[in-house]
Design a protein around this ligand. Structure first.
Ligand SMILES: [Zn+2]
Length: 452
């Protein structure tokens, strides 16, 4: 509206000017060097107007030129961005496909077009990982942890690197930082837990496990088992420090969480025998034998009554332990050993046969040989049992489920592969038979038996 009024006023003024010029015609005379130009005032006014318009256009053009490069730059940077994004997506595809060379090529391309973008750093780090270029990967992760938007991701990369290098303390420090940035993130908690286990920091492992397993997850069997093992290890630490009472309460927690967990049952009986009343001990023995019958438990029950003679132990085992798990192989084995020690040959043979079942283990055959030898001085029968033992399965052992290592006693971490809680009590898978070696051992045993 204002613009229309303005244009109207300009037109009116121009019209007045033209009328006024027509009313007062005049001449302009310009003398310059040898030239004389003579013209009317109207022409000069028209020329002045044209000149003004030309200047206005020139000014507009200048402004356009001045802003021009920025506009051109924008077009170029949009193109660069597009190329960079293409390189990023191609690079991610290459990583997913495991194409290390292509991944690196695209990472370089992306870096060229999108230097400093968080995704570019991530792609470069991943490509370096894929190319097993540890140094480059570490450099990119280090750059990532310097920026707020990529610190968390960078930490994850660095934690993996530190674990690969076996630098557990550094990995733990990095994981603690990641936990500060985003508390309670699943993978961070998992790292904190596993690293605490590796560092044998049982208290921290226990705390982290509690944070991980809130609610329903905390009631799962695997979590209970892990907590039991950790409590057991904490009990061992207390025991080392001479805090037997604390050790007992921790091992009782372990036993309550996982009643079938043999090492906790063994230690619980041992400490209860030392610290608690006989009535409590008897109750615990009954419970443990029901849930975790095992030769190590039988041994600690036997030792819980110091100074006991063999026949007394046999009677005690039969009357107070065996009834809680009458038909278990370990019950028969315990009674057979107790009977052998107290020279009760009849029950010894009976329990050995039952302990052996369909497929007696080598140690059952050895005990049968011992029986023949001691009870009947029958070297021929003894020799037959020993011959049979060669083909018999070995006795069960604690075997690492990750690497197959065999141990006489349980431990929380495998000494070979450092897996946590990987030992199970079971028969070894019989490897290829070393027939010659077993034969030689048998012959030696027979000679010893025959000489006696
Ligand atoms: Zn192992």
């Amino acid at each position: 509206m204002i613009r229309a009024v303005f244009i109207f006023i300009v037109i009116v003024l121009l019209a007045f000017g033209a009328v006024w010029l027509a009313d007062y015609p005049g001449n302009v005379r310009l003398t310059w060097g040898g030239y004389i130009v003579e013209t009317s005032i109207v022409v000069v006014a028209a020329l002045a107007l044209v000149f003004a318009i030309l200047v206005a256009f020139a000014y507009r053009f200048w402004v356009w030129l001045k802003r021009g490069p920025g506009r051109i730059g924008e077009v170029f940077s949009a193109r660069r961005r597009e190329k960079g994004l293409e390189a990023l997506s191609s690079g991610m595809v290459a990583i997913a496909a495991g194409d290390a060379v292509e991944a690196r090529r695209q990472a370089v391309e992306a870096e060229k077009h999108l230097a400093g973008e968080p995704m570019t750093l991530l792609l470069a780090a991943q490509a370096a990982e894929l190319n097993e270029d540890d140094r480059a990967a570490r450099i990119y992760y280090d750059r990532m942890i310097e920026r707020g938007d990529t610190e968390f991701l960078g930490l994850r990369g660095l934690i993996n690197r530190a674990r690969k290098d076996g630098d557990i303390e550094r990995a733990r420090a990095l994981a603690a930082r990641a936990d500060e940035l985003r508390p309670g993130t699943d993978w961070v908690l998992k790292e904190l837990y596993e690293l605490a286990l590796k560092a044998r920091d049982w208290n921290k492992a226990d705390q982290t496990l509690s944070r991980m397993a809130r609610g329903k997850a905390g009631k799962g069997e695997a979590v209970k088992r892990a907590r039991a093992v950790i409590s057991y290890e904490r009990a061992l630490v207390c025991l080392d420090a001479g805090k037997d009472t604390d050790a007992l309460s921790l091992v009782m927690i372990a036993h309550d969480l996982a009643p079938y967990f043999v090492p906790a049952a063994v230690l619980a009986v041992k400490l209860t025998a030392e610290l608690e009343s006989p009535r409590k001990l008897q109750k615990l023995i009954a419970d443990c034998w029901k849930q975790a019958p095992h030769r190590a438990l039988a041994e600690v029950i036997r030792l819980s009554n110091s100074g006991e003679q063999s026949p007394d132990w046999f009677r005690r085992a039969e009357e107070t332990v065996a009834p809680h798990n009458r038909d278990h192989v370990e019950t028969h084995l315990m009674l057979a050993q107790a009977a052998l020690a107290s020279s009760d040959w009849g029950p010894a043979r009976n329990h050995l046969m039952k302990a052996g079942g369909d497929q007696p283990s080598a140690s059952i055959y050895y005990m049968l040989a011992e029986l023949e030898e001691k009870a009947n001085a029958d070297a021929i029968a003894a020799r037959e049992w020993i011959l049979k033992s060669a083909a018999a399965p070995q006795d069960p052992l604690w075997i690492c489920d990750s690497c197959g290592r065999q141990e006489e006693s349980w431990s929380a971490h495998c000494p070979s592969c450092d897996s946590f809680d990987s030992f199970t009590w079971r028969l070894a898978d019989r490897g290829p038979q070393v027939a010659g070696a077993i034969e030689a051992e048998v012959v030696k045993e027979i000679e010893v038996v025959a000489d006696e």
